[in-house]
Design a protein around this ligand. Structure first.
Ligand code: HDD
Length: 715
């Protein structure tokens, strides 16, 4: 793998050092980075050099091991530090992966906000992004069906701004007070702590039925959005409604959007299921590898703005986090771009210790009365206290890149040293005074509130089905069939008939056909009539097909796609080299897979090729595409069940498959279905995403043509 990508890595290295030298946050963290080398002696924590950290000091004779001595301060220190290595994992979103990057604005939003990060196009703002699953614990698998977290920390010149979002634009509940309930219901059940990282169980679905407001969100979670192909290929949404205030003091409501330039792509369920066992770190590795190889993931950043005077214009409440703002009503205005371009130096001190708070906003950005957001503003700050301790904002990954000064003092593990007499305000020396708005202070928007104190949800918050129908009506037939299969899978794992029968009843409120298809699979009475009438409306921006590169006006791309090239002794070297070269040139990551990691000999002899992996070491699930060159190896490969399985499984997962020369026969045998076309000449044929050229001899133009077809097939 390293040799294949050496050139790219070198280029990436240059690019990264360029980006990083101007990145204020990575520069700021340098003061805490100490890199061990072979000339750094091993010491105790109190700095004394050590000569043996393997043998506990003991009272032993030459031939008989004696009692270990408590006196050994080095051994005690080593064990004691180990005993306390763990901190509480996040109560939700425990499993995650993060990276550093930059945010660049290409259009000023000064008309709606005074925030420098959103109106100064000359700035490059450092960011840290942490992706996560929600339900699983820290050691759970990446590819489970779940919502994904998308939390961005912008280290702006005016302080840290956090967007703590998800890959789905809506949420299960409207009020933060319900959060412990929805999470308890989704997490493993309390009696036996089963299942891990899954929503496929009685309690989750019991909650979904009993909380009609969750209907819209569970439709999204059961769609292909719940099983993203890569963190790099997901959208990110702030979900809650925030506010923007411009220099004239005019306020608007806003939702934040991140759209990946690679397009939005998902696994098929069988692939995700298998990967959870075959490679539980799949998403983590995918992110790390792409950044390491210089294929920096990028998102367009957009704002959906609702002027204050329009807030009552819609049949939903704009403060309700279970609702999207349809783009037809309030279009997304793309104004910037975020790129991830540096992997973490160390997982714990960066990805684990990063702490996000929805309450972290900068001047020009504010909250709304969204009842979910209001509660979140309390919860994030609070949870960091038990996870990281009171001085968590001083940790290197969390501290801002702008000056911090106040009269907060002391507490466990305080790092900052603040000399001087004064730790209060006002003080006789006028030290560290508050400043005015024009000097950059955060000044709260003067909102008039006249109300009654009461526990309720206003009328528009009580409507829970219209957008669940809108979502279902707007997705494609393929997405609908995946959604039906996903709900059927989940309810199959519920063994309490009350749970799955009620859920079928709930689905009738969305679509009778959907409810019947699910009932057919999971059992219980077959529903006969639609519950609430379906309004039949659709909206754009809900189906994943609205976010393919083509739909975004971008070229379809195979950049960073993993391609397995399968070879055995007797393969055609020129075809192999031509296709591998073309793939590399197009930015894909080709890996050679052979029967063993020893050299595999091409037809006609010569120097062998050492594969990156062997057939049993990897699975087709770990790649986006397969290519098999022609050659005499095919007669052997055809007889190998594992190789046939590689091809058949990749076909079953709708992957692009390429074959040249004799390999066409292997592919034909492994995935030939009635009506499928295979090439019988050097003409390149694309049928069901299987691109073949039987008499190729690998001319540059035919390889080019094949690649174009693969790009089309994959997107
Ligand atoms: Fe939350 C973590 C996203 C509602 C309470 N949440 C957390 C993370 C993400 C989200 C991405 C992981 C951050 C990280 O990587 O460190 N949460 C959301 C979204 C929500 C949402 C998009 C709905 C719009 N969350 C929500 C509510 C509450 C919480 C209503 C509580 C009232 N969330 C938490 C938390 C966590 C958290 C318990 C656990 C770890 C952490 O905060 O730092 O406070």
């Amino acid at each position: 793998m390293q040799s294949v990508m050496k050139g790219t890595v070198e280029k990436a290295g240059e690019a990264i050092s360029g980006i990083m030298s101007s990145n204020k946050k990575t520069a700021d963290m340098k003061m805490n980075i100490v890199e061990p080398t072979s000339s750094t002696p091993l010491t105790s924590d109190f700095g004394v050099k050590q000569h043996d950290t393997d043998n506990w000091l003991s009272a032993s004779t030459g031939d008989r091991q004696g009692p270990a001595l408590l006196e050994d301060n080095f051994a005690r220190e080593k064990i004691m530090k180990f005993d306390h290595e763990r901190i509480p994992e996040r109560v939700v979103h425990a499993r995650g992966a993060g990276a550093f990057g930059t945010f660049k604005l290409y259009e000023s939003a000064a008309d709606v906000t005074s925030a420098g990060v959103l109106n100064d196009t000359s700035r490059t703002t450092p960011v840290f992004l942490r992706f996560s699953t929600v339900l699983g614990s820290r050691g759970s698998a990446d590819t489970v069906r779940d919502v994904r977290g998308f939390a961005v920390k912008f280290y702006t010149d005016e302080g840290n701004w956090d967007i703590v979002g998800n890959d789905i634009p809506v949420f299960f509940i409207q009020d933060a007070m319900k959060f412990p309930d929805v999470i308890h219901a989704g997490k493993p059940e309390p009696d036996n702590e089963v299942p891990t990282a899954q929503s496929a169980h009685n309690n989750f679905w019991d909650f979904q039925y009993l909380h009609t407001e969750a209907t819209h969100m569970f439709m999204w979670a059961m769609s292909d959005r719940g099983i993203p192909r890569s963190y790099r290929m997901m959208q990110g949404f702030g979900v809650n409604t925030f506010t923007l205030v411009n220099a004239d003091g005019k306020r608007s409501f806003v939702k934040f959007h991140f759209t990946p330039t690679l397009g939005v792509h998902s696994f098929v369920w069988d692939e995700a299921l298998k990967l959870a066992g075959q490679d539980p770190d799949f998403h983590r590795k995918d992110l790390y590898t792409a950044i390491d190889m210089g294929a920096f993931p990028t998102w367009k950043f957009g704002i959906q703005v609702c002027p204050e005077e329009r807030q009552d214009d819609f049949d939903f409440d704009i403060l309700d986090a279970t609702k999207v703002w349809p783009e037809e009503l309030l279009p997304v205005r793309y104004i910037g771009e975020m790129q991830l371009n540096k992997n973490v130096d160390e997982y714990f001190t960066q990805t684990e210790q990063v702490a996000f708070c929805t309450s972290h906003v900068v001047p020009g950005i504010g909250f709304s009365d969204d009842p979910l957001l209001q509660g979140r503003n309390f919860s994030y700050f609070d949870t960091q206290l038990s996870r990281l301790g009171v001085n968590w904002q001083e940790l290197p990954i969390n501290r801002p890149v702008c000056p911090v000064m106040n009269n907060h003092r002391d507490g466990a593990l305080r790092h900052k040293i603040t000399p001087g007499k004064y730790n209060y305000w006002p003080n006789r020396g006028s030290v560290a005074p508050p400043v005015t708005k024009s000097e950059g202070a955060y000044v709260d928007y003067p909102e008039k509130v006249v109300a009654m104190k009461q526990r309720l949800k206003t009328v528009k918050f009580q409507e829970h089905f219209s957008q669940a129908q809108l979502f279902y009506n707007s997705i494609s037939e393929v997405e609908k069939s995946h959604l039906t299969a996903a709900i059927s899978f989940e309810l199959d794992h519920c063994d309490d008939p009350v749970v799955y029968e009620r859920m079928v009843e709930r689905l009738c409120d969305i679509d009778l056909g959907l409810a019947q298809a699910v009932a057919e699979q999971v059992g219980g009475p077959m529903p006969k009539k639609q519950g609430r009438p379906n309004h039949g409306l659709t909206a754009k921006g809900l189906s994943q097909f609205d976010f393919t590169p083509e739909a975004l006006g971008l070229e379809p791309t195979i950049v960073s796609r993993m391609v397995a090239i399968i070879i055995g002794d007797g393969f055609n070297l020129s075809e192999y080299e031509a296709v591998k070269g073309a793939l590399t040139a197009a930015g894909a990551f080709p890996f050679t897979i052979g029967p063993k990691r020893q050299p595999v000999m091409p037809a006609g002899g010569g120097k062998g090729v050492s594969p990156d992996h062997h057939f049993e070491g990897m699975r087709s699930t770990m790649f986006d595409s397969i290519y098999i060159p022609g050659g005499s190896h095919i007669s052997t490969l055809k007889k190998q069940g594992r190789v046939v399985h590689w091809v058949r499984e990749a076909f079953g997962h709708c992957k692009a498959i390429g074959a040249t020369g004799e390999a066409v026969e292997l592919v034909q045998m492994a995935c030939g279905i009635e009506g499928m076309q295979f090439s019988t000449s050097s003409e390149v044929v694309d049928s069901y995403g299987v691109v073949t050229a039987s008499g190729l001899g690998a001319s540059a133009s035919s390889v080019e043509e094949g690649l174009k077809m693969i790009k089309g097939a994959k997107s």
